[in-house]
Design a protein around this ligand. Structure first.
Ligand SMILES: [Zn+2]
Length: 154
């Protein structure tokens, strides 16, 4: 599947990595209108409604963990929190929201590097039970595949 592009972002059919588009504008020079993180969450939910699986990646928390571009942990986590609120407020039928990370770094302010700490896993929605006993990040993808195939524990 191709990544969404600027045209889709301008129509609210995509979400930029920085969620509110201001840093995206600053870094790319693209003249997209800013949105609130909550609005971006609504956009993400609307996109997800058209697919079995939608992947949204933000590296805003990574930028904060590396202490770059003036992005603080408060800014990154605040935007992420409001994005999730926007997704959940959409009350999209059948939507399961899964949030995780491929490594730590924002949780430890004593280092500007990636960490080996456990990462969060948040799953909300009808397929959440499929992830209940998960203990390692390497189990996430196989569980997603199983859940999409209808293999969900009861
Ligand atoms: Zn990094």
């Amino acid at each position: 599947m191709p990544f969404r592009q600027i045209d889709e972002l301008e129509r609210g059919e995509a979400v930029s990595w920085d969620i509110e588009r201001d840093l995206f504008r600053e870094r790319t020079g693209e003249r997209v209108e800013p949105v609130t993180a909550r609005q971006a969450g609504g956009h993400l939910a609307a996109v997800a409604a058209g697919f079995d699986l939608t992947l949204f990646e933000t590296f805003l928390t990574d930028v904060a963990g590396h202490a770059r571009w003036g992005v603080t942990a408060e800014l990154a986590l605040g935007r992420l929190d409001r994005l999730l609120a926007g997704v959940l407020a959409s009350e999209a039928p059948g939507l399961t929201l899964l949030l995780t990370s491929d490594h730590g770094n924002i949780e430890d302010a004593t280092t500007r590097s990636h960490t080996l700490n456990p990462v969060p896993l948040l799953v909300v929605g009808p397929l959440a039970e499929a992830f209940a006993s998960l203990e390692s990040i390497v189990e996430v993808t196989p569980r997603i595949v199983r859940a999409l195939a209808g293999d969900v524990p009861t």
